[in-house]
Design a protein around this ligand. Structure first.
Ligand code: GAL
Length: 692
């Protein structure tokens, strides 16, 4: 079995390798990163296009992004296509030395299509339907909608096939799991569960339908679960979540195949995901050349460091997206990055002067191949009137964010001259490389059985992630397809759903020298979201060298403490009381309740590696940080201790520091480094770049 897993892993790895090389060839290394902007020619009088594109070029941009929501202009009536206007816009871009990203516009079908075929609209759970007049109103579960979209995409792709002015394609816009209660969706869900379970008995077992008389006699009786109805079957919901993410990803895959049939492999294909990690669809599409994300940092949330930290946003928002998307294909892009004030937050403040440039450098630091901004001109009609662009509502005056883009682009162009292809990141940084194993399905499942309002899965993971970034450890978010042995340390936080094969892989990883850190709530459920007919979390007991006696949850007003190496750390949300086997060390214990003195954190050696089990979720993340420090100390991996908000990364022979904190810091970089941007002192919103 282990051997078989090994072979499968190797195959997956070699495919990934080929895949990432395939994607890398679209982006010459010496360009480092290219910068572009959304431009909607259809929004403006044609007489202004030349002026606008000239200025886009003058500001330093290298590509434009076209036709994202322009289906009505491309197919003004059924079967009648008009690409002449788009040809003129592409031609003006090319004349001004700008490449083009082309889009498929499936988020906005034209009104004639909706009126003639109203079944393309989404049916909500309460029976109401979406209508024309906004966007994202069609359902990708509609068989007709899929077919019709692909017809339009085929025409567009045929038109721009082998056109060197087009560098790549963005599919749809910010795709999300498809939620639709229409007839086609219901039918497709029935087919999906039938393919998965083959027999209705197997489905009944997987969904535990003996409970509350839910038993089904045939697949025709299955419906999409109702979320508004209390106590809906949780296993059915788990499958529905899987189905609805696959609905979107298979639609994207069909689009990608349609385009590739026409354009071959000269133009890349991606889409612009929102980094909502627990949405689940981010890693699902198989046909994309690579994945891209969109990011908005300032929209009135009280986040960030200091009294007005909301003007910069939280350092994690870009850092984590970088570390998540880069590891999917080895290549990634940022399709939308905020240029200034937005219109859709609860409160929409101005970003701090310097913030836009800070974000751009942060994207660069993560390894991105391109960054594109939403959008060039501030709209003066439509839904997004108060949304800033690179230029303001007069169409010509650069906004403060627009000028920061221009500055960043100039800085990157200077950096290109310093590019040294053979440079490698500092060995000390590479030694700290750590994997966080992530599967969105755990977040779904825990979300349904939270057991306490004190628990937050994303915050739990962030406690480890933040500590790693403070240590200046490069982090890769990986999934179960990855070869674990690439990483000396791997953290699998709150990994609730497991199977025998995964636990075996973890064991092999450790026996061969890996250092695994598992945290509370791991190993409770099988992949159907059912508890094991065994003691709690029994599948991981022999791996962690401990049993889980019981777990406790505290009220917010009465936190208790964990004792670890002479320090005390408060907790409320989740604490597992552990019974270590002989030979397993107790690292931390509970204080203050009937289980005072019992273990909360354990550690053991296994084969050539180690397993640390953190059975508790602390309030502040300081316990998690201290435990991690001890793990790395045992491995003789020296760490930095960067202040919150200061991140340092390395790529292509450059060190990059970004400061989201409300103070100036001195960079802990020793030796005589050559600073290309900024210097050793890094102020709030500051950026320093040096040759390493
Ligand atoms: C994004 C979306 C864009 C635009 C932008 C405004 O989420 O993809 O099309 O609406 O928000 O900030």
């Amino acid at each position: 079995m282990i051997q078989r897993i090994g072979i499968v892993t190797l195959l997956v790895l070699s495919c990934l390798d080929v895949f990432s090389q395939r994607a890398q060839r679209f982006f010459p290394k010496e360009d480092l990163l290219i910068t572009g902007t959304y431009y909607y020619p259809e929004h403006w009088d044609e007489s202004q296009w030349e002026r606008d594109l000239k200025q886009i070029k003058a500001l330093g941009f290298e590509f434009v992004h076209y036709a994202e929501f322009a289906w009505a202009q491309m197919e003004p009536s059924e079967g009648v296509y008009d690409f002449a206007w788009l040809d003129r816009a592409v031609e003006i871009a090319a004349r001004n030395g700008l490449k083009v990203i082309m889009c498929t516009s499936t988020a906005t079908p034209p009104v004639w299509l909706v009126r003639k075929y109203p079944e393309v609209l989404i049916e909500h759970e309460n029976g109401t339907h979406t209508d024309h007049g906004a966007r994202q109103h069609p359902s990708v579960s509609g068989t007709f909608y899929r077919e019709y979209s692909l017809k339009m995409i085929e025409k567009l792709a045929q038109h721009y096939a082998h056109d060197k002015r087009i560098i790549g394609w963005q599919l749809d816009n910010e795709p999300r799991p498809n939620r639709d209660y229409g007839q086609d969706a219901q039918q497709r869900f029935r087919i999906w569960v039938k393919n998965k379970y083959q027999t209705i008995d197997a489905l009944n077992r997987a969904w535990g339908t003996v409970f509350w008389s839910q038993v089904y006699g045939s697949f025709d009786e299955i419906n999409i679960p109702r979320f508004a109805q209390m106590f809906m079957n949780a296993h059915q919901i788990l499958d529905y979540n899987r189905f609805s993410t696959e609905e979107m990803s298979s639609f994207l895959d069909e689009q990608a195949k349609t385009i590739r049939r026409q354009v071959g492999t000269d133009q890349w294909i991606t889409t612009n995901y929102i980094p909502d990690y627990d949405d689940g669809h981010l890693r699902q599409s198989q046909e994309l050349d690579f994945h891209s994300y969109t990011r908005y940092m300032v929209y009135g949330e009280n986040r960030g460091i200091g009294r007005k930290g909301y003007r910069l946003g939280h350092v994690e928002r870009i850092a984590k997206a970088n570390d998540f998307f880069r590891t999917i294909d080895g290549v990634y892009g940022v399709m939308e990055l905020q240029p200034g004030q937005v219109n859709w937050g609860r409160i929409n403040p101005q970003p701090l002067p310097g913030a836009v440039r800070l974000w751009l450098w942060h994207v660069f630091a993560g390894g991105s191949q391109f960054v594109c901004t939403y959008r060039y001109r501030q709209p003066i009609v439509g839904t997004e009137l108060y949304h800033y662009g690179i230029v303001g509502s007069d169409g010509v005056t650069p906004t403060p964010g627009g000028l920061e883009y221009a500055k960043f682009i100039q800085e990157i162009k200077t950096l290109r001259k310093e590019y040294a292809p053979k440079a490698t990141p500092p060995a000390a940084y590479e030694h700290r490389r750590t994997a966080i194993l992530y599967n969105h399905e755990n977040a779904w499942e825990i979300g349904r059985n939270r057991q306490t309002t004190e628990w937050d899965t994303e915050k739990h993971i962030d406690k480890y992630y933040d500590a790693l970034k403070n240590f200046n450890a490069p982090v890769d978010f990986i999934d179960e397809h990855t070869d674990f042995s690439n990483y000396p340390v791997m953290i699998a936080p709150a990994y609730e759903m497991v199977d025998e094969a995964l636990v075996k892989r973890w064991k092999t990883y450790v026996e061969q020298g890996g250092n695994l850190l598992l945290t509370c709530r791991t190993g409770h459920k099988n992949r159907n979201g059912q508890l094991f007919e065994a003691p709690f979390a029994e599948p991981i007991h022999s791996l962690i060298g401990a049993k889980i006696d019981f777990y406790d949850l505290l009220l917010p007003q009465t936190p208790d403490l964990i004792a670890f190496e002479g320090q005390k750390y408060p907790w409320t949300s989740w604490g597992e009381i552990l019974i270590p086997d002989k030979g397993t060390e107790t690292w931390a214990t509970y204080l203050g309740d009937f289980y005072e003195g019992q273990p909360a954190v354990t550690f053991r050696k296994l084969g050539k590696g180690t397993v640390t089990y953190v059975g508790v979720d602390s309030q502040t993340g300081q316990l998690e940080k201290s435990v991690l420090k001890k793990v790395y100390a045992q491995l003789n991996i020296p760490l930095l201790d960067l202040p919150a908000g200061l991140h340092i990364e390395y790529r292509d022979g450059f060190g990059i520091a970004v400061n989201y904190a409300d103070k100036t810091y001195t960079l802990p970089i020793s030796g005589n480094v050559k600073y290309l941007v900024g210097g050793k002192e890094i102020p709030t919103a500051g950026v320093s770049v040096w040759k390493n």
